[in-house]
Design a protein around this ligand. Structure first.
Ligand SMILES: Nc1ccn([C@@H]2O[C@H](COP(=O)(O)O)[C@@H](O)[C@H]2O)c(=O)n1
Length: 624
């Protein structure tokens, strides 16, 4: 762990089950290579993981089994270690590369900016060479415009001890927000390509499909079906990400998928036994799978390796810990901007209650920071998506690091001036509703003239990834917001229905579906209590369950409105974070406002991130 991180805390543990073939999996690390400074259950750093992997590889050798390390992307954006340097990632790429990852692919966050695509191509790719797989991603050379595969489309190799013949793919979901020096091919098109179909004719011992894809997303379904159509008998292991959750899915008796959370909280473990070995033509594979979500806690790492503080840390692991510490010092990540007076939660508090991070922004921060001096006296609605906030704020020091942890994006505020209030006031309800425009591609192409072939741009993409992973909640909540919108539209007879409309239970009560209490043991640390297709015994550490409340897709502040709350302005400036422009314009059209991208202007200097950091400096002075 890093100097200054909280001491790890011991908790009741479950053991790992080893098989012939075993995997350690990281995903969506988002720059958190220093671990969590304020949460004892996740405070190990990348150096500790390097030591852990070393000992686990040794155990595999001793047992005659194999261990592979996987990473499924989104290594960048989300922590000061990546975002605070100029250029971004100055220290991160070298630190990350100290781990020997056997199969690695790209996430959407590596592709948002022209710059990070270049770094991926010029740095991560040479760092990992043949271990990097890009089945549906191309790089576009900015000089020549030439488009070529970002890396090899698949990787075939034999494992060290068992000699298992592996074919690995590396996918990205159908991402469309990438900068133009990359090209993502839709998964449904890739699986029809000749190279892919040819590879499926091969008979490896195991297919390993890694992907920056949520386990419950359509794309893995498409890959699985295509693979099974061509090849009935080969076991497939899937490793996914993007959804920021712990999850495991059984596709069939020979195919299992694992997702390993986010932000270096979790190191996923999968073991497979019952594989037939290369050349063994007599027997049929009848694999058994296990999965475990390992807390990124050095005490757990001691437990799984049978080592202790004096025997666990390798020279290389210690060196990596030092590299991180020295980068953090260079970047002044511990520099204090202010002191948070309490905890502010993304999903552990109701959307509208004190202690909810979005309520803090709506009520206190936005009225102060969303100001364009030339239009200061104009009433305005300021709108941002909840997914633009990436992490909770803990009571205590708010540092340079916290700034990027809460909001790493370089998004700025834009606006459309003087929109009739009657139209503007409907936007927020539409952004948060389950209206058919957000799920129906024909409506989107007819009304908003977006590309006919493009998939519908769902409004749930504005919310946090952790919530996007709960489709059943989203549908119920979206239906509720839609009915609320209809009922409040002012037409006669609807008012009564609004009063009668009941909020879905989990909007008022914490959602417990994936968060079942496992034990009544006292003094447990709060953390993940995962329920997946295997059951509820997947977490290596027994935790006290966390609460999870549904949050809207977007939130809004009314700023400089008439003092008497029933008086509404005639016109308002509609100010919004640039990321949600693709939803703001349709929502305006749907409300009867004929606006287009041409009407949008820059509202003020600075990003949300820089403005919020200034606000903390001015408003949260105190001792901590
Ligand atoms: N400029 C941005 C980029 C992304 N978001 C939010 O993040 C979500 C995607 O996150 P992943 O880590 O799962 O890739 C996206 O759906 C947005 O909610 C953003 O707000 N601004």
């Amino acid at each position: 762990a890093q100097p200054g991180a909280v001491e790890p805390v011991a908790a009741p543990m479950r053991n790992l089950t080893w098989g012939q073939l075993n995997f350690l999996h990281t995903t969506d690390t988002h720059g958190w290579l220093g671990g969590h400074f304020q949460e004892p259950q996740y405070s190990a750093d990348w150096g500790d993981y390097v030591s852990f992997a070393h000992h686990m590889r040794k155990q595999a050798d001793d047992k005659g089994s194999d261990l592979l390390l996987i990473d499924t992307g989104d290594r960048v954006e989300g922590n000061g270690l990546f975002d605070a340097s100029s250029p971004k990632g100055l220290y991160q790429y070298d630190i990350y590369a100290q781990q020997d990852v056997d199969i690695i692919c790209t996430g959407n966050h590596e592709l948002y900016q022209h710059y990070s695509i270049e770094r991926e191509h010029n740095t991560t790719l040479p760092n990992f060479k043949e271990n990097y797989v890009a089945s549906n991603l191309d790089y576009v050379d900015p000089e020549t415009g030439k488009q070529s595969p970002m890396a090899q489309r698949f990787r075939r190799f034999k494992t060290k001890n068992q000699g298992l013949d592996i074919i690995a793919f590396g996918f990205l979901f159908d991402f469309t927000g990438n900068a133009n020096n990359s090209a993502v091919q839709r998964v449904e098109d890739t699986v029809k390509e000749k190279w892919f179909l040819d590879v499926l004719k091969e008979k490896p011992d195991v297919f390993v499909v890694i992907g920056h894809v949520g386990l419950r997303m359509e794309e893995f379904e498409v890959i699985f079906k295509a693979m099974r159509q061509a090849n009935w008998h080969t076991p497939i292991t899937f490793f996914g990400g993007h959804a920021h959750v712990r999850d495991a899915r059984k596709f069939d008796s020979m195919s299992v998928a694992l997702a390993s959370g986010r932000y270096m909280e979790t190191i996923g473990w999968m073991s497979v036994d019952g594989l037939k070995k290369t050349g063994d033509v007599e027997t049929q594979a009848s694999p058994t799978f296990t999965r475990t979500y390992i807390d990124n806690n050095v005490l757990g790492m001691y437990h799984h390796t049978g080592l202790d503080e004096s025997t666990f840390h390798t020279d290389k692991g210690r060196k990596v810990t030092e590299m991180i510490d020295s980068a953090r010092k260079e970047l002044e990540l511990d520099r204090k901007f202010g002191c948070a007076p309490r905890d502010y939660w993304m999903s552990r508090a109701r959307f509208n209650e004190d202690g909810n991070i979005y309520k803090l922004l709506m009520d206190e921060v936005f009225p102060d920071i969303i100001v364009n001096e030339d239009r200061r006296n104009q009433s305005r609605l300021a709108i941002m998506n909840t997914g633009g906030i990436r992490f909770d704020i803990f009571k205590g020091a708010f540092t340079r690091d916290t700034t990027y942890i809460v909001s790493p994006f370089v998004s700025e505020f834009r606006y459309i001036p003087d929109v009739p209030y009657k139209i503007a006031s409907r936007i927020i309800g539409i952004l948060n509703s389950g209206s058919r425009i957000w799920v129906n591609p024909l409506l989107q192409s007819d009304i908003f003239h977006v590309d006919d072939d493009a998939p519908p741009r769902s409004n749930k993409l504005m919310s946090a990834p952790e919530q996007q992973a709960h489709p059943e909640l989203i549908k119920e909540a979206a239906d509720y917001f839609m009915k609320k919108l209809a009922a409040s539209s002012g037409r006669r007879g609807r008012r009564g229905r609004l009063a009668a409309l009941e909020e879905p239970e989990y909007m008022a009560e914490p959602q417990r579906d994936g968060q079942m209490p496992l034990t009544s043991q006292p003094d447990l640390i709060a953390g993940y209590t995962t329920k997946d297709d295997f059951g509820d015994d997947g977490d290596d550490t027994v935790h006290e369950p966390l609460e999870f409340y549904y949050q809207a897709n977007a939130f809004q502040s009314e700023i400089n409105f008439p003092a008497y709350h029933k008086d509404k302005p005639e016109n308002v400036d509609v100010v919004f974070i640039d990321f949600i422009q693709p939803w703001i314009i349709p929502a305006l059209k749907f409300s009867g406002g004929d606006y287009s991208d041409k009407d949008v202007r820059k509202y003020m200097e600075g990003t949300f991130t820089s403005k919020f950091a200034e606000w903390v400096g001015e408003n949260w002075q105190g001792d901590c």
